[in-house]
Structure formats: structure tokens, C-alpha cells
Design a protein around this ligand. Sequence first.
Ligand SMILES: [Fe+2]
Length: 384
Amino acid sequence: MQGSFYYASPTRIISGLGAKERAGQEARDAGGTKALIVTDKGVLNAGLVDEVIDSLRKAGLGVVIYDKVETNPVLSMVDEGHQLYRSEGCDILVAVGGGSSIDLAKAIGVLTNNPGPLVQYEGADKIPHPISYLIAIPTAAGTGAEVTFSALITDPDRHYKISIRSFYLAPRVAILDPGMLKTLPSHIAAMTGMDSLTHAIEAYVSTSASPITDLLAFEAINISAASLERFVADPSNPSAASLMQLACAYAGMAFANARLGNVHAMAHPLGGHFNLHHGLACAILLPRVIDFNLNSSPHKYAKIALAMGQQVDEDLSLESAKSASQAIYSLLETLNLPTKLGELGVTTDKIPVIARDAVTTGIHGTNPRLTDFGDFVRLYEACM
Ligand SMILES: [Fe+2]
């Protein structure tokens, strides 16, 4: 008999080519009169925000833009964005961008309806009141932030990513328009795609997985195996982009409920200390963590290997599971991604510090194999 579980997915999803034009109607229906668009300069200069602005204005809303988002957004950006929201009299948030913009919009939303500072809400279920109405329009297929209940904001003084988790952080609407991915550079598509695949794999083998998250996570793995290479070759291909957006949302819905594992526990300190791209960190860590975990969930890893195109035996044995990491290494080669942290400026003298921070994240609490500080040190060393 299946054990008890809890599953939620509060975000309404609107998908399709041209779906971004629904932003205005959605904002108006929600009662918005003036929107703060949270985005970054790259997305703005690529013209991706133009049609969203048009849509909002046509629906009668005023528009203010905060475009200072950068990778691994920091606490000062949350305060800046929040002050702009207040001083301009905004009443709705529209995030247009990757996970950084969506996470920042979530954090701004926390401060619009709750007293600061933001750091007091670190952890699970600490936010007293729902955030402002948030419409998320992703321009990458990676973090799944458009459907998740968490936000990561970096505290630069501590070189530490603050994780805030609450159902109140879920965007009310996610608009998945494959046209929004058309200017994504291939190398970013590759790294963000590996982040999404890592979400799917970690949610699938998580100790908090449920039948629903298994469905979502495994389908996300299937779609990624079939479509990621095609998407990276040409992110403007609407068919591949649409599939990867879907895989990303499936993986997001899965890990928002099932949580993650060692790859993410270890990736966050690499972002905090070395500003390493999150998806790239995940890509390098993933095959080593798979090998570390194999004995704890061989059947599921064999199914992952099968989905990734490896030959496996009918029993889905441990022997078959061993080819899962090989499938990831092959994919990294195909996507032209590096496989060693040492090539990216990560130095061995920092390993004790980042291993300690990996423990502090607590994310390994749902990793299928129990992991301690010494394990993290050895895993980082294996990635050098
Ligand atoms: Fe991630």
C-alpha cells in the first residue's frame, strides 16, 4: 500500500506560442492597476519585455521596470525593488526572466506584504502573509521558479544563499511561451537544461517522493533526454523550446513537493563562494552524486539510465543503474559542458568551507543516501 503523502501545485499555467500576450488580461483580472516588471538588462535589451509591456498597457495598467537583476540576486536588490514598488504605488508583480528574476520578484513580494528584513523568513513556512500577486514569464527552461514555492537570495557578506520556502511564494500564474526562449544563448540553454534535469532526477530519487512527483519527475527526465540536445542546438525552435519548458515545469512541480538532494546541497555553496552558474554546478556534480547514491535506489537509477538511452537489464539491477552516470557524462560531452570544478576556478583549499555550507543547507535531508560532512568533502574532491 502506498504511504501517505501531500502534494500541492498552486500555480495556474498558461502555455503556448504567443501566450505572453495574456499577461495584461491576467493582471487586470487580478485587480492590478500598476505592475512592477522584474527583469534583467539582457532580457530587456533582447526585446523580450516589449510585448509584455504592450499587453499590460493595453489592459489599462501602468508599468514600472526594475531591470537590475543579476545571476545569484543579492539582498540589496530585494530592498531596491521593494522600494521602487512602494514609491511607484505598484500593486502587482510581473517577473520576466530566468530563475534569478522570478526569485527576486518572489522576495520583493514577501516585503510588500510583510515587515522586513527578509532574512527573518529564511527556512520553511515563516512568512505570515501571502506575497503580492505574481505573474511569472520565464525566459529560460531551468530553475522551475515559475511553479515552485521557494526563493534563493544571496547574502554577499556571508557568501551564502538564503533559502525561503512557503506556499505563499508560488507565482499565481506562470505563462510558458516558447517564443520567450528564442534569444537564449545555446550555452545558457545547456546549463539551465542541466539544472532542470537535475531537479527531475533528485526529486525522482528523493526520500520524500510520492506517486505524483514520480510521474512528473520521470516524464521530465524522458522529455529532457529526447529534447534537450535539440533545444540547445537551436533555442529558437518553438517545438523543442515548448517541450523543455514543459519538462522544466514538471520538474519544478516535482521538486517543490519532493525536495532535492546532494547535488543542490553542494551547488548552492559553489554559487555563493565562486558565483558559479547554478546549472553548470549541477551539471558537474550530478554524475558523481548519482554514483554516490546508486546503492540507495538502484531500481530508480536503472529507470533513469533507461530513459537516458542506456541498455539496461529487465530486472533494473544495480549493474544497470551504474550506467546512469555514464548517460550524464555523455550528455555533458554532447552539450559541450565542462566536467570538472577545477577548470572553473574552484580551489581545493575552499573545500572544507563549502562542504560545511553544504551541510548547513539541509537539502541533503531528502537525499536517498545519508550524507555527512566527510562525504561532501570527498564528493567535492571527486569533482575537481
Ligand atoms: Fe536547481
